[in-house]
Design a protein around this ligand. Structure first.
Ligand code: F6R
Length: 241
């Protein structure tokens, strides 16, 4: 793993954004795997800045997001579809038809998962962006004695709902279920960029990067992937030797 620690958020965001735009510049029809949450906000802002400067075009890019809540309409401002439009898609030249998220409103969620996997099988993700949950989840693959390789519906752990409650008016509004890409699909990406900020994640970063590979820390499976870049701020990296 290529682990890099940054002094400032701006430096980290700029580096991560450049990593993605460099891939798009060298391969205009690149397939990007994207994430939501607080971690990528600044990275997307930098990507938008680069697009506005004319440095990069996303016209031929395809994107697949990791996950979406079950039961939130795309125009609900807590849905990940809304988030992606707000932070990235609405500000760049990517056509809507080339951006994919699981549909958490699908009547048949199992069929939706199978359809998402079929699309993922047809396209190779060039680079997958990941954040990490305090419990080590990637996407919404929560710690468990076994993990699913494929896209699936997951019941969110209380700790994950509590962590995400900060974005909602109250805890009751946080959905209980989500659709997530499986770890198999994540690990099939050609390269992976894991971004982590904050002292509260220092311990899980250490476990994920240097602890045993275990489904109880889903991010530890990243140790099995040959091309992972880990971008940390000083606080998140403070427990690494
Ligand atoms: C988001 C996702 C999650 C987050 C993780 C960290 O699409 O899949 O795994 O990356 O929960 O969230 P933040 O960045 O809000 O701390």
């Amino acid at each position: 793993m290529d682990v890099r620690i940054f002094d400032t958020q701006l430096e980290l965001d700029a580096f991560a954004a450049e990593l993605f735009t460099d891939i798009v510049k060298s391969k205009p029809n690149a397939v990007l795997g994207l994430a939501t949450g607080s971690t990528p906000v600044g990275i997307y802002a930098k990507m938008v800045e680069k697009y506005r400067k004319g440095d990069v075009s996303f016209a031929d890019v395809t994107t697949f997001n990791l996950d979406e809540y079950v039961g939130l309409k795309p125009y609900n401002d807590q849905s990940y579809a809304y988030y992606m439009n707000k932070h990235l898609f609405a500000h760049i030249d990517i056509p809507d038809t080339q951006t994919f998220l699981p549909n958490g409103m699908a009547e048949d969620l199992e069929a939706e998962c199978a359809q998402y996997d079929r699309m993922l099988l047809e396209r190779q993700i060039d680079v997958q962006l990941l954040g990490i949950g305090h419990n080590g989840h990637i996407g919404f693959n929560e710690p468990d004695h076994a993990l699913s390789g494929e896209t699936h519906v997951v019941k969110l752990k209380d700790e994950t709902r509590e962590a995400n409650a900060r974005f909602f008016a109250s805890m009751d509004e946080v959905p209980e279920y989500a659709i997530t890409m499986g770890v198999g699909s994540i690990l099939k990406a050609n390269s992976i960029v894991l971004v982590v900020r904050g002292a509260d994640k220092a311990d899980i970063v250490k476990q994920a990067l240097t602890g045993p590979i275990t489904t109880e820390v889903p991010a530890s499976l990243l140790q099995t992937h040959p091309r992972v870049t880990v971008l940390l701020d000083r606080e998140a990296g403070r427990m690494l030797g």
